[in-house]
Design a binder for this molecule. Structure first.
Ligand SMILES: NC(=O)c1ccc[n+]([C@@H]2O[C@H](COP(=O)([O-])OP(=O)(O)OC[C@H]3O[C@@H](n4cnc5c(N)ncnc54)[C@H](O)[C@@H]3O)[C@@H](O)[C@H]2O)c1
Length: 251
């Protein structure tokens, strides 16, 4: 489909959900997929899916984006094994819906540390490699929650809005080095992150009522946009958040 064959892609939070779906799409395009996730979280299923889908190679690696030592080890190991890092997908994310008056500093930090701070420092770790290559693609899984209000999700919405703002400046700072920086902002997909809420029929019908297309987004649809943004063909797209929301934000 797009020019990502044999490109090396690190995907964070790839053990399940959207990250796993993104990994499979990259694998189908013949990329070298490096699915990563926190310690103790199995990447076996993702590895098997990637191999079956036709990945050029699969190299699973532990990577906790809140731990600088873990970030540095994973980046060094991938660089050592393949000699380059072409694409980073900052996908790992957390959400803890809670009424604003009940949000503790600990809860606030736990969301921001993954969604915003962890994604930034993960990005920072690959920048020297991509600068040296004079080429790279940095991608984020943002969310419609960065663009519209979501009930009782202040830290999550703030983190995703901040990701969108952050990537514009990263895109500006690194454009001259052949590095593009973009995000994909999906609406609801059925994953562990959303399952409990979406299994509630009234919540689900409220969500579907927001989406003119009338359904949730599939992980493969999110992965396809990432694959395009990661490709050679998307070299002139940078600093953008591409919304995949079935029309949620057009009305
Ligand atoms: N599911 C949705 O409806 C939806 C919509 C828009 C955006 N998103 C975003 O998509 C991304 C993936 O979410 P999902 O729905 O697949 O959720 P998920 O809970 O199924 O997967 C999240 C993954 O991130 C990993 N993770 C959490 N903390 C981590 C850390 N410190 N280091 C490394 N990995 C860590 C988890 O282990 C898990 O594998 C998130 O950034 C989320 O905000 C999801």
């Amino acid at each position: 489909m797009f020019g990502i064959k044999e490109k090396i892609v690190i995907i964070t939070g790839a053990a399940q959900g959207l990250g796993q779906g993104i990994a499979e799409v990259f694998a189908k395009q013949g990329a070298i997929v490096v699915p990563t996730d926190r310690a103790g979280v199995s990447l076996e299923e993702t590895m098997a899916m990637c191999k079956k889908a036709g990945a050029f190679d699969v190299y699973a690696h532990e990577l906790d984006i809140t731990d600088p030592a873990s970030i540095n080890k994973a980046v060094a190991d991938v660089k050592h094994r393949y000699g380059r890092i072409d694409i980073l997908v900052n996908n790992a994310g957390r959400n803890h819906p809670k009424h604003s008056e009940e949000i503790t500093e600990e809860l606030w930090d736990s969301v921001m540390d993954v969604n915003l701070k962890g994604s930034f420092f993960m990005t920072q770790a690959v920048l020297p490699v991509m600068k040296e290559q004079k080429k790279g693609r940095i991608l984020f899984t943002s969310s419609v929650a960065g663009l519209v209000a979501r009930e009782h999700q202040v830290p999550y919405c703030a983190s995703k809005g901040a990701v969108d703002a952050m990537l514009r400046t990263l895109a500006y700072d690194y454009a001259a080095f052949g590095i593009t920086v973009n995000a994909v902002a999906p609406c609801f997909a059925m994953t562990e992150l959303t399952k409990t809420r979406l299994e509630d029929p009234s919540y689900r019908s409220m969500v579907l009522g927001m989406i003119p297309v009338g359904r949730l987004v599939e992980p493969s649809e999110v992965g396809a946009v990432f694959a395009f943004l990661a490709s050679e063909e998307a070299a002139m797209i940078t600093g953008q958040t591409i919304v995949i929301d079935g029309g949620w934000t057009i009305w």
